[in-house]
Design a binder for this molecule. Sequence first.
Ligand code: FDA
Length: 507
Amino acid sequence: IVQLKFYQCINLNSELSIPFPTAFSTPQNASFNSILQSTAQNLRCLDPSIPKPLLIFTPLTEKHVQAAVICAKELNNIHLRVRSGGHDYECLSYISKTIEPFIIVDLSKLRSISVDIQDNSAWVQAGATLGELYYTISQKSKMRGFPAGVCPSVGLGGYITGGGYGALMRRYGLAADNAIDAHIVDAEGRVLDRESMGEDLFWAIRGGGGGSFGIILSWKVRLVPVPETVTVFTVPKTLQQNGTKLLYKWLHIADKLDEDLFLRAIVQVAEKRIKTSYNALFLGKTERLIQIMEESFPELGITKQDCIQMSWIESVLYIGDFPPKTPPEVLLQAKPLFRSYFKAKSDFVREPIPETGIEGLWKRLTEEDASPLVIFNPYGGRMSEISESEIPFPHRKGVICKIQYLTSWNSTDEPDAEAKHLDWIRRLYDYMGPYVSNFPREAYVNYRDLDLGMNEKGTSSFTQATLWGTKYFKNDNFNRLVRVKTKVDPHNFFRHEQSIPVLPLMN
Ligand code: FDA
């Protein structure tokens, strides 16, 4: 009944009425599971025991999205989850463990991109992926790019709401630092742009996390210059090849390197052996890169043979780990390279980790049966020039690197597999505590981690939310986010397990 009423209401409130099967799917429909699973990145959340939506609504126009908010309110504020690319680490765009019943608004059909090279900008709808944006820009100019993520299947809708980093961040900052306008449906069901939403709300949606302030329909982003030729390399180093000392040295120089160089350290474990590798994108040619490496990190021993020159769009595929010679058109398929059961956590490092600390990390990594992965992502450069309060993302000056810890497994053969892997990563996180930022222990909101705390059953408590809010945004930004939320959505229409709370007096 609710589904039918929602359907009728959408058609009443849209210019273009839609036949039910085109855009609506209920658990009774044969297509329901395949639509639910279509962009779901974390297989951990598709377990049959996890509550499913009453309905998946796939709007065909922006007006339909507006209608979804109006109709959800008319139907007694039925709960909405908004999905753009489906990459949320805790799956908050397509499952709801705490608020039921709920409807998914899946923006996958809203993915148009319009690039204006003269204006140095692009309008991109929320359902488009990073890869589609990169490809479209490269078709218009070889000398423009956009500073966004390393995984091209991520959706623009969720990505920019959490900040959004990638291989150009040391030169140009985050994607959210380069968002210059947006269209959003607010809690009143109005469509607003930057001017009509005001600077407070525009500030909040660029890094304050998805699902709290409204539904982003599209972003206007600033394009950035990229050289015709960039250089990449990936160099593996085992522990026998001085792996520990190299990472120790990297922690001393990663944030101080020339800002045209993004050099990350990736740690994997194969057959209980630690494998480190250094993966770089340099905005320039090989000769200058080698000179920089010799001056700043000679221990890595980079030579001309390690370096590959290519165009920026080819480097997107290289950094995204596509096989060599993959044509850039693959970016239009918007498909992830892998999907698995996974759990991840993040940390920010402000003092180099001592060698003993790194050795303890190796030990813990070899204790995990699945495929653990640790990525050290360098900061500095442009990231440290932007103030902590410019947008809600506060991890700026003084950060050497972000660490992502991830463990993934491929099946649930073992009955207690998930519990075992979660327990391992939580112990690893406890171990790393003394070596990373503290008061607050910073975390990246786009690597959502429900271990940091959760709103209970559809309510929100300011005190409780400070637990994760101060980690993701630091105190001042979190308080400002709460003030904006209280102003624009006082009845907490847009909410989820870690949404920004409304101030108690207004609740
Ligand atoms: P999804 O649709 O799951 O949404 C994420 C959150 O935003 C949910 O709360 C959702 O409700 C909300 N939301 C979605 N669309 C919205 C809209 N239109 N308006 C308002 N709220 C909306 N990050 C990074 O910075 N750099 C990187 O390189 C990568 N790489 C990467 C690889 C892989 C394999 C994964 C799984 C994730 C990443 N990420 C990342 C993290 C990624 O940025 C983060 O998960 C984003 O929130 C994903 O955005 P999606 O739209 O894909 O997610």
